[in-house]
Design a protein around this ligand. Structure first.
Ligand SMILES: *Cc1c(COP(=O)(O)O)cnc(C)c1O
Length: 317
């Protein structure tokens, strides 16, 4: 992947409700890292592609994702740019009309292979992988989300942006596979707690997954981290009225656009923790904007509908 010059810096985006409780919120924004490879996915792919190229490989890179996978989208573009063939194994039947994300991926030359949900669940099994080898011949395997030891190494560079800062109490990030969080845990300043907000329901398995990712990448587990397991709003991809409202309010107060799968749920979780009195006055939060805005193309209508519901509801504050 061609190197992109960037410097990450923190921006104060403290919303009014946080300011009233003297809690500061700053944004570590990864959305502009690369024109097509969104946010954390650039960091996750960086060393994986470098290793593939250093080994002089020419076989396709194969990985896994859903119809709106930011990872497959990023991988397709990175492969296109570097002249590496890519294969995306996609969960579910091929739809009559491809999602905008998969259309992009195909236009960048990614070969899409749709598999049933049952098959997809076996994505890590030796049997399924050997079936894929029968179908595609040799390939380089990248796990779902690109989440492996080299991804963790790349994501450490996100936390490096904080240097040795002693002024970050919590570094907060949304989680899918947890590889990004593992990188933050490995590289966060010593005085910083790392807070992960899983987008999935029932994500307590992430405690093990994250420990395993840290162990296999050889980085120490600081132990200074925790997951907020009940901030998924009903599960992955679920958009609730209060989530739509949270995203809208933040956009109005800060000018920053979030999306509802990951970063919106992260902010909503922080708002709920604030309301529950978890952050004393003087707390300094940093929230990582992991990107994903290209996926909004498939969600704007649902977001607008849920925002309408919020405004019509009696629960409005
Ligand atoms: C993929 C993704 C995540 C989750 O990253 P993991 O390393 O799988 O935890 C978070 N936010 C956005 C916007 C993403 O696209």
């Amino acid at each position: 992947m061609s190197s992109t010059d960037f410097s990450l810096s923190l921006r104060d985006v403290t919303p009014p409700a946080f300011a009233r409780q003297q809690v500061q919120l700053r944004l570590l924004d990864l959305t502009d890292i690369h024109p097509f490879i969104s946010g954390n996915k650039w960091f996750k792919l960086k060393y994986n592609l470098a290793a593939y190229q250093a080994a002089g490989k020419t076989c396709p890179l194969l990985s896994f994702g859903g119809a709106w996978s930011n990872h497959l989208h990023a991988l397709a573009y990175a492969g296109y740019q570097a002249g590496i063939p890519t294969i995306g194994v996609v969960r579910g039947e091929r739809p009559a009309v491809l999602s905008a994300m998969l259309q992009d991926a195909e236009s960048w030359g990614m070969r899409l292979e749709f598999v049933s949900r049952a098959e997809y669940r076996e994505k890590q099994s030796d049997i399924f992988i050997s079936v894929l080898h029968e179908r595609f011949g040799e390939f380089e395997y990248l796990p779902e989300g690109g989440s492996n030891a080299l991804a963790v190494k790349g994501c450490m560079e996100i936390a490096d942006a904080l240097g040795n800062a002693a002024d970050v109490d919590y570094l907060c990030c949304a989680c899918g596979t947890g590889a990004t969080l593992a990188g933050l845990i490995a590289a966060a300043p010593v005085a910083t707690q790392v807070l992960g907000v899983p987008a999935l329901k029932g994500a307590d398995f992430l405690y093990d997954d994250i420990r395993r990712l840290l162990a296999c990448s050889g980085y120490a587990d600081s132990g200074r981290w925790q997951l907020i397991l009940d901030a998924h709003e009903g599960g992955y991809g679920k958009i609730t009225p209060r989530l739509a409202d949270c995203i809208e309010r933040f956009c109005l107060s800060s000018g920053v656009q979030l999306e509802p799968l990951y970063t919106g749920k992260l902010l909503l979780a922080l708002e709920d923790l604030l309301a529950a009195g978890v952050f004393p006055a003087g707390t300094r939060l940093v929230m990582v904007h992991t990107g994903g805005l290209q996926g909004l193309r498939g969600m704007n209508e649902r977001l607008a509908l849920q925002l309408q519901r919020f405004r019509n509801s009696d629960n409005r504050q």
